[in-house]
Design a protein around this ligand. Structure first.
Ligand SMILES: Nc1ncnc2c1ncn2[C@@H]1O[C@H](COP(=O)(O)OP(=O)(O)O)[C@@H](O)[C@H]1O
Ligand SMILES: C[C@@](O)(CCOP(=O)(O)OP(=O)(O)O)CC(=O)O
Length: 743
């Protein structure tokens, strides 16, 4: 019996640090400033194959993940569908689920088969993602799946760090040597990144093509929020899931009512309610999350350092207590909340001023110094308000031991300021420092011998300090990469390693980007690439005018686009000391610098006329600016009414792009019609004039560009331009291949 290789989909999502806005952000009246970090959680989903002739399922030798898990993944033992989830960095971290469909539209529910502790975040993610998938897919055959979760090392304090320093510096995934329950979290938001990566991987695996991830971000956000909220007991604002999808931003939460009526998985009609929530179809409760200043970064010359104090705090119980106090002391609390919000906003704007100022050559050193001074003062004020909140609510938000630590580090030359991030407590402190190795050295020296001397007001203790880092990610633009980086600790026979094998195999068919596995030309994969965006789920999703709500007109999509330089996972694990540098600006993709916009000097006296400025964003993350005006058009003999580029059709724009194709991009397609342009989540239609799209005159317009693989074009041609729907396929029909998307 032939054994077919499995498809593999890998998605990773970043962790977060809520610099300011803890507790405030739970209320829609206020916002939180969140930075996405270079520590990521990766979810690798593999299809396990079913032998239809015998009615049983079978995994290929490469798929067989039983070797080091103790779980029996041979599907012959489980004729019904099953999902096996493993976290190979932890002991006994295997969850084996049977999959059932509930009556009366109750959705899909998984039931843990093996003994051992439950994992509510994994279980809820599976329930929500599989319910959604089975609802939108015509085929009811979900197939059986193997899922591997891998977390970048900074998510957990490693008690065996010294002995593992080599593996840390190698950047591999640690084997933490303990159960998940015994692992010490560092507060980077493991559950939010896990849920986001997992539901996204599952959805992409079964319902969409990776290219469509860009346009599906809202949907993935909604599903991840719903799943995380349910698993977490509905206490959070969702800023962590928001950052996992959109990256660093100023976040305003969604109205809780959006998810209130969802009910439990299994309850009658759950699948329809979930679908409606994910697709944003309920006009009475539209999604109203706001992501402002997306792609926010730190000023050049500034770094962010997270110091893990390895103690831990219970955020949900702290939240409950603070909210209770606020309820009982409304006036006083409102005053405090308003003052803190105003201060936090000032801090954000000051950082922003520094970012924009420093990139201007006219910006003077004196101005930079003034901004740093202001940042320091504002961070100190933020701390004062949090201290008041601590005293009033009786919750250890900034307890004395943390105050002592922050005061001590603030005394170091080069430390601009520090706060307790998020809910505060004994998790971590976050510092803004001068981007200088000397400062890091001094911090490391301090931490080596640091001893707390105060008696804590809540009885807490700092037993141990690990200064550890997270580089701030500008934003989390869709990225495709190979899963080669995803090798589980020592696990050559783990699913992650299997994914690597598959990738290697698959990438041999990839003509251009070694990190973008191309579909095999002989497989239906090529068809997958074209069919998904316009299908049911996408077309039903409500199109938002992103710019409307955003303070500085930087919509998630625009800003996602501007984050072309998002580091790939291999950039993310370079820590080689206990303190890692936080780069203020991640390395750029290298294309941008050499690509100055086309400049067009207009003859004196001649009006340059309307001008269309575009930043073309490639799937690799590279950006290319275009400025199209009268002169540009004339030089290329392109005739357009009134020489107005907005009167060009989308197809003419494609032709221009095609004519100016860059060698460093992916291979030039055989015709402009293979180019797909996406603006504000909408595929631009060839025939429409640009004036009918959402492009504006007064800002660079970010347009995402993807190229249809040649096999797709050939297949479409053969079929008279028609592609079949993803819904028409079932699990086993999916093509072999491997894809990895970094959110
Ligand atoms: N690597 C992992 N593999 C599987 N589940 C994980 C992993 N990391 C975290 N989780 C899940 O997330 C939970 C921690 O979530 P939570 O308490 O909200 O902490 P955090 O603040 O890190 O999000 C764990 O109990 C587990 O259910
Ligand atoms: C209190 C909060 O406003 C911020 C909590 O931030 P943390 O970064 O402390 O979150 P956890 O990783 O879940 O502990 C709650 C919220 O907004 O969800």
């Amino acid at each position: 019996m032939p054994v077919r290789p499995s498809a593999t989909t890998a998605v990773s999502a970043p962790g977060k640090v809520l610099l300011t806005g803890g507790y405030l952000v739970l209320d829609r009246q206020y916002t939180g400033t969140v930075f996405a970090l270079d520590a990521r959680i990766h979810a690798v989903v593999q299809q396990l194959q079913r032998d239809r002739h015998r009615g049983s399922a079978q995994s290929s030798p490469k798929d067989d993940a039983t070797a080091n898990t103790g779980a029996d993944e041979t599907l012959e033992n489980h004729p019904e569908e099953s999902v096996i989830v493993r976290s190979p960095q932890f002991r006994d971290a295997v969850w084996e689920y049977g999959v059932q469909r509930c009556e009366n539209g109750g959705g899909v529910k998984v039931t843990q088969r093996n003994e051992g502790p439950k994992n509510p975040f994994v279980e809820t993610s599976l329930n929500y993602a599989l319910t959604y998938i089975s609802y939108v897919a015509d085929s009811q055959d979900l197939g059986s799946l193997s899922v591997t979760i891998l977390a970048d090392n900074d998510y957990y304090s490693d008690s065996r760090q010294d002995s593992n320093i080599d593996s840390r510096s190698r950047g591999g995934f640690h084997d933490f040597g303990v159960t998940l329950q015994d692992a010490h979290k560092t507060g980077l938001g493991s559950s939010a990144a896990l849920v986001t990566a997992l539901v996204s991987a599952l959805l992409i695996h079964r319902t969409m093509h990776p290219d469509d991830l860009i346009v599906a971000r809202d949907k993935l956000h909604n599903l991840a929020q719903a799943a995380h909220c349910a698993a977490q007991g509905k206490v959070g604002s969702g800023f962590d899931v928001g950052a996992a999808i959109w990256g660093s931003c100023s976040y305003r939460r969604f109205s809780p009512s959006i998810l209130e009526g969802l009910g439990e998985v299994g309850s009658s009609g759950f699948e329809e309610r979930l679908f409606s929530a994910v697709e944003d179809l309920d006009s009475a409760h539209p999604w109203d999350t706001e992501f402002m200043d997306v792609g926010m970064k730190l000023p050049p010359g500034m770094q962010m350092v997270l110091c893990d104090v390895d103690c831990g705090s219970q955020t949900p119980s702290m939240v409950r207590k603070v909210l209770e106090w606020r309820k009982q002391n409304k006036e006083e609390a409102d005053l405090l909340w308003d003052s803190l919000q105003a201060n936090n906003e000032k801090l954000r704007l000051e950082l922003r001023r520094a970012v924009h100022g420093r990139s201007d050559p006219e910006f003077e050193a004196a101005a930079a110094l003034e901004i740093y001074k202001n940042v320091r003062v504002l961070m100190q004020r933020s701390r004062n308000y949090l201290k008041t909140m601590t005293e009033k609510s009786g919750v250890p938000i900034e307890p004395l031991v943390q105050s002592e630590l922050l005061d001590t580090v603030s005394g170091i030359d080069g430390v601009i300021g520090g706060v307790v991030p998020g809910a505060g407590g004994y998790d971590a402190v976050v510092l803004l420092i001068r981007d200088d190795a000397e400062v890091i050295k001094k911090l490391n020296l301090l931490f080596e011998t640091y001893q707390s001397r105060v008696e804590d007001d809540f009885g807490g203790k700092i037993e141990k300090k690990v200064a550890m880092l997270a580089r701030v990610i500008l934003c989390n633009l869709l990225r495709m990469a190979s899963t080669e980086n995803l090798s589980a600790p020592d696990g050559s026979d783990s699913p992650a390693a299997t994914a690597q094998d598959n990738t290697t195999t698959t990438t041999t068919t990839a003509p251009e980007h070694s990190d973008v596995p191309a579909p095999s030309s002989s497989s239906p994969a090529a068809a997958e690439a074209t069919q998904l965006a316009p299908n049911s789920t996408e077309s039903q999703s409500k199109e938002k005018n992103d710019t409307e709500d955003f303070e500085d007109k930087s919509s998630p999509r625009e800003a996602a686009a501007s984050a072309a330089a998002t580091p790939t996972p291999d950039d993310t694990t370079t820590a080689n000391t206990t303190t890692t540098n936080v780069a203020a600006e991640p390395p750029t993709s290298g294309v941008e610098a050499s690509e100055a916009p086309e400049t067009t000097t207009v003859t004196e006296g001649e009006d340059a006329g309307p001008e269309l400025v575009i930043t073309l964003l490639l799937i690799t993350g590279a950006r290319h600016p275009f400025k199209i005006d009268k002169k540009y058009l004339r030089r290329r003999s392109v005739k357009v009414d009134n020489d107005d580029p907005f009167n060009m059709s989308v197809y003419t724009l494609k032709e221009l792009i095609w004519r100016e194709w860059r060698a460093e991009w992916e291979p030039q397609p055989s015709s402009p019609s293979s180019i797909r342009l996406i603006s504000f989540g909408k595929l631009l239609d060839d025939k429409s004039p640009l004036s009918e799209s959402s492009l504006t005159h007064d800002a660079p317009n970010v347009i995402h560009m993807t190229v249809k693989p040649q096999e797709v074009v050939d297949e479409e041609d053969a079929k008279g331009g028609k592609s079949y729907s993803a819904r028409d396929r079932d699990a086993s029909d999916r093509s072999p291949g491997c894809r990895c998307i970094i959110l």
